[in-house]
Design a protein around this ligand. Structure first.
Ligand code: SF4
Ligand code: SF4
Length: 291
């Protein structure tokens, strides 16, 4: 899914009603500027419903605790052994963070007036160029795929998609260059390298939050190709309260020296460059990268 954290800065006009939300839901498609703009009916959720504050608090605690533990682990990640220690640490922390995140999203969705259209196997949205992925998510996912026999072919798949996206960036589009490229990329219909037969996500337990927050109230056919700019399209994001977003972003700062791009495909390619499975000179590479 092509998501961006600063989307609200240019689609304020279509935000979910403030009375209903701490700023946690937004229509999605305003980011797409190659097509005429439209007015969307935003989803309505009751963020004051019983149980949501509790889920928020659990997530808030996990996000706040993440920073200190990741700083320690990232500092020791200067060689292959350090990378493995980092992976042990991420495996101990990330499933809990994601479980709390999913519980929050599920509780919010349960308060909706309309059912979401998303279902198992439905996967048009997995052809978006996924962005806004935190560095610790990238490292966690890298650890999950690195041991898999399909790792080399997946790296090639990541490379092809990143190359396609970059070929679609036109700097003459100015501030909208990235959004226009995201849309052009989507129209190419390139599914995520982790998408498997039957519309199954091959890294489901390790997929990033960007993939966990994307939903639709409209028919799945409107999630396909130019359907995303159809006036009837009702894709939306479930976002987090700002303080939790800030804590999650601060936790990511622990990995700043890895300089991982925030897009899923380019971020994983950079992790591969630093910690690739078939690189016999792992330690030399990390040294060369100043890690
Ligand atoms: S309805 Fe749209 S957003 Fe939901 S799972 Fe299907 S393709 Fe993805
Ligand atoms: S990581 Fe999984 S959920 Fe996310 S785009 Fe890829 S296949 Fe879809």
């Amino acid at each position: 899914m092509a998501l961006r954290k600063d989307q609200h800065e240019f689609d304020k006009a279509h935000k979910a009603p403030e009375s209903a939300s701490p700023g946690a839901t937004e229509p999605y498609s305003e980011a797409i500027r190659d097509e005429p703009q439209k007015t969307l009916a935003g989803p309505e959720f009751d963020f004051s419903a019983t149980g949501i504050a509790e889920k928020e608090d659990l997530l808030r605690i996990a996000a706040a605790n993440l920073k200190a533990s990741l700083e320690m682990l990232a500092a020791g990640c200067a060689d292959t052994a350090g990378y493995e220690r980092l992976q042990d640490g991420l495996r101990a922390r990330m499933p809990d963070l994601y479980a709390r995140y999913d519980a929050y999203v599920e509780a919010v969705l349960a308060t909706g007036k309309e059912p979401v259209s998303c279902s198992k196997g439905c996967s048009h949205c997995c052809s978006h160029y996924v962005t806004s992925v935190e560095p610790y998510e990238l490292m966690f996912l890298h650890g999950a795929i690195r041991a898999d026999d399909r790792y080399p072919s997946r790296v090639i798949g990541l490379y092809r998609r990143a190359a396609l996206f970059n070929s679609l960036l036109d700097r003459s589009d100015g501030e909208e260059a990235e959004d226009r490229a995201l849309y052009r990329y989507y129209l190419r219909g390139q599914p995520c390298p982790f998408l498997e037969a039957g519309g199954k996500c091959g890294v489901y337990d390790s997929r990033p939050m960007s993939c966990r927050m994307f939903y639709s109230l409209s028919h799945p056919s409107l999630c396909k190709g130019k359907g995303v700019v159809d006036p009837g399209n009702r894709n939306f994001l479930i976002e987090l309260p700002e303080d939790i977003e800030a804590d999650l972003a601060r936790a990511g700062a622990a990995f700043a020296r890895f300089a991982l791009p925030e897009s899923l495909f380019e971020g994983l390619l950079k992790a591969n460059e630093l910690f690739g499975r078939f690189d016999s000179g792992d330690e030399g590479r990390t040294e060369a990268a100043g890690l």
